[in-house]
Design a protein around this ligand. Structure first.
Ligand code: PLP
Length: 396
């Protein structure tokens, strides 16, 4: 490992506060490092490895696909891309068409471009402003950084930023709308902003108001989408019809893919947007296999069972350690425990890793859990035993 650490530090730009561990293999929610130590993964690569590490069905599908074709470009029809768009439409329960990008930020960029297009096509005076929520996170490109509702992300070294973005508390959105506002973009559960789900009535009231005022509702489901909250889309849990939805993290089971879905199916024509890699054979065939696995997993009742079991174990951990945890929050398999202070949170994540269980931070004070959706009961049990051991060490 020391050798890899040195090479990494010498040649890779230092943008991450990295843990120096060298993972060699994975099986579902368990990872093994180069000393064969095992770790229970409650992070799934930040919500990406939805169907588990080393998933043999996804591996086989990718292998078969790339043995024939990996990429031809979007100048030609791509069979798995067309089939994946059809599948997404069916599972979403909305009447949408999809554009494929390569990441969450890129999907959000496309969403913003759709909104601005709509703002030009549908109003005498062009509308272009987009309101987001405080503590939101929408990506790292220059525009999505600006769309992110956390001033700490708007660093002066990257300035100037594109115009037309502001952020607000959910109740204050109504007052910040003006005659140039074209869209409101929100997460239904803020992933990076502290695992914060918004009350159902507030979301539905906002959606109704926006629809009545011809302002678009963009739901960033990059983290909440693809069964993370128990439904294919978190939007499906609310009585709303978003204009635009973005997906990425869990959709490819580990391959880089992003998607923007919109009910404004004819908003764009040839040449209006594009991507070299977007939706190529490799990633869309992986996406098809992932959705096939997860649709069956959901329909068989196993996803709900896993959610109930994981939540029960997390609740037990929470109740047992009320001296360090302040609240248990989240939806489905996107959950958080508020920790009493930032130092305790940091040492808990570090010691948990040493004990062989991987957990995430969200916001300043939230311990975040984004387990593999197909995590086994035995992995859940072992993960929580290790987490309690880490907590015991902290308290000692
Ligand atoms: C991760 C995330 C993004 C950014 O996705 P990338 O693939 O890293 O560009 C955007 N929005 C939300 C809600 C996310 O969780």
């Amino acid at each position: 490992m020391k050798e890899i650490e040195k090479i990494d530090k010498d040649y890779v730009l230092h943008t991450y506060a990295r843990n120096y561990v060298n993972f060699k293999k994975g099986k579902n929610a368990t990872l093994y490092d180069d000393t064969n130590k095992d770790y229970i993964d409650f992070t799934s690569g930040i919500g990406v490895v939805s169907v588990g590490h080393g998933n043999q069905r996804v591996a086989q599908r990718i292998f078969e696909q790339v043995s024939n074709l990996t990429h031809t470009s979007n100048l030609y029809a791509i069979e798995p891309q067309a089939l994946l768009a059809k599948k997404i439409k069916e599972l979403s329960s909305y009447d949408v068409r999809t554009f494929f990008a390569n990441s969450g930020a890129e999907a959000n960029e496309a969403a913003i471009k759709i909104a601005r297009t709509y703002g030009e096509q549908n109003f005498e005076k062009k509308r272009y402003k987009i309101i987001t929520l405080e503590n939101s996170f929408h990506g790292r490109t220059i525009t999505t950084v600006k769309a992110t509702g956390q001033s700490s992300f708007h660093q002066s070294k990257f300035a100037p930023y594109p115009e037309g973005f502001s952020f607000n508390a959910i109740d204050d959105i109504y007052n910040s709308i003006d005659d140039e506002t074209v869209a409101v973009m929100i997460e239904l559960v803020q992933g990076e902003g502290g695992v914060y789900p918004f009350p159902k009535d507030k979301i539905e009231e906002l959606a109704k108001f926006l629809k009545a005022n011809k302002i678009l509702l963009i739901i960033d489901e990059v983290q909440t989408g693809v069964y993370r909250t128990g439904e294919f889309l978190a939007s499906n849990l609310y009585d709303i019809e978003p204009d635009i939805i973005t997906l990425a993290k869990g959709l490819g089971g580990g391959v880089p893919i992003g998607a923007v879905l919109t009910i404004h199916k004819d908003i764009w024509g040839a040449g209006d947007h594009g991507s070299t890699f977007g939706g190529n054979y490799l990633v869309t065939s992986a996406g098809l296999e992932v959705l096939d696995i997860l649709e069956n997993y959901k329909d068989s009742g196993k996803l709900d069972e896993t959610i109930i079991y994981f939540t029960k174990k997390l609740d037990e951990l929470y109740e047992k350690n009320r001296d360090i945890f302040l609240a248990h929050v989240g939806l489905g398999l996107m959950r958080g425990l508020r920790v009493k202070d930032a130092d305790t949170l940091a040492s808990l994540i570090k010691i948990a890793f040493e004990e062989g269980v991987m957990v995430l931070k969200s916001g300043n004070n939230t311990l975040r859990f984004l387990p593999v959706l197909t995590i086994f009961k035995s992995e859940i049990d072992e993960g929580f035993v290790r987490l309690q051991a880490a907590i015991d060490k902290i308290k000692a």
